[in-house]
Design a protein around this ligand. Structure first.
Ligand code: SER
Length: 314
């Protein structure tokens, strides 16, 4: 019986991944943890405890006490927050990972999951259909930490046989849990503001294309990757993963289909420079070939779902 520990369960990915893993493995077998208070959507759905991703001794204790066999390490500072305090971002993103990799070897964990990002790429990377293996020169501290982390994952796999798996998520769009500190977060805020105020000021310029994905696809992809047989996992860096690419102007057009008077204007800030260094679209054929990745949501379908679900909830 697998017993799963999720570190960073109250973040944008963590909330929905915890709920999904509880459906697959049973509520009691998925221990959600975060440094924050339990997210309201997690309350009553399974075990929860406070845990600091930087506290290796506490993580070891949690693993031992609960008979944990798998760890999902989701705690991180994202791209925009990271730029405000680069050293802190490096420390949190790296120390938490290396600790968990060491514990994985020491405690003989069966599997570890750790997310990477399109932020590993930089301005020297081919911007269209960015290949799985290509020029990688990230310019944000978040991207540097994610790329270094991928190399550490690969190293622990080669050297110690650790079964660590990873995905390079594009911008993730969700209605249940809130994003925090990312450059792609405009594509979530825009739906909230469209419903509340009928207008939105985008912090990225109108023709900034970025790779994006609806959260349902990201969660399903994560679980499919983790459940794939070992021999289907051909890279122990991180898999490119893709669903759609759009600009602020294009997402606004799909919103106007539902809310005809919706208005958008543009006031790019420091996040524009981050976005300009990232790919516009991603080639994820390796994930599709190796373990059968397929996305379900395109921009129109996602806009429909986001507006419907946010409206029903509020
Ligand atoms: N969504 C993330 C960010 O914008 C990318 O991994 O930082």
């Amino acid at each position: 019986m697998e017993k799963i520990l999720i570190i960073g369960a109250c973040g944008q990915i963590g909330v929905e991944l915890t709920l999904a893993l509880r459906k697959v493995y049973g509520d009691g077998n998925v221990l959600a943890t975060d440094i924050r208070e339990e997210h309201p959507l997690l309350r009553g759905t399974g075990p929860y405890t406070t845990l600091n991703a930087m506290d290796g001794a506490a993580i070891l204790d949690t693993i031992k006490k609960n008979g944990i066999t798998q760890v999902y390490l989701l705690a991180a500072l994202l791209s925009a927050t990271g730029e405000k305090d680069p050293k802190k971002a490096w420390d949190i993103n790296m120390q938490s990972l290396i600790q968990v990799l060491d514990l994985g070897v020491q405690e003989k964990l069966t599997k570890i999951y750790w997310p990477s990002s399109i932020a590993v790429f930089g301005p020297t990377t081919p911007m269209e259909h960015t290949p799985q293996a290509t020029v990688v020169e990230p310019r944000t501290v978040y991207g540097i930490s994610k790329y270094a982390g991928e190399l550490w994952c690969q190293y622990y796999h080669q050297r110690y046989g650790l079964d660590v798996r990873s995905l390079r998520y594009p911008g993730l769009i969700s209605w249940k849990s809130e994003p925090g500190g990312g450059t792609t977060d405009y594509a979530v805020e825009i739906y909230h503001e469209a419903l509340k105020h009928g207008k939105y000021t985008s912090f990225l310029s109108e023709n900034t294309y970025l790779p994006m994905m609806y959260m349902d696809d990201a969660i399903r992809g994560t679980i499919e990757l983790m459940e794939a047989p070992q021999d289907r996992i051909k890279t122990r860096m991180s898999y490119n993963l893709s669903a759609m690419s759009f600009s602020p102007k294009e997402i606004a057009e799909t919103i106007r289909y539902h809310i005809p008077d919706f208005a958008i204007d543009y006031a790019p800030d420091f996040r524009q420079q981050i976005a300009d260094g990232w790919p516009k679209s991603i080639d994820d054929s390796a994930a599709r070939q190796d373990w059968g990745w397929q996305h379900e949501y395109d921009l129109n379908k996602m806009t429909h779902e986001m507006l419907k679900n946010l409206q029903n909830r509020d």
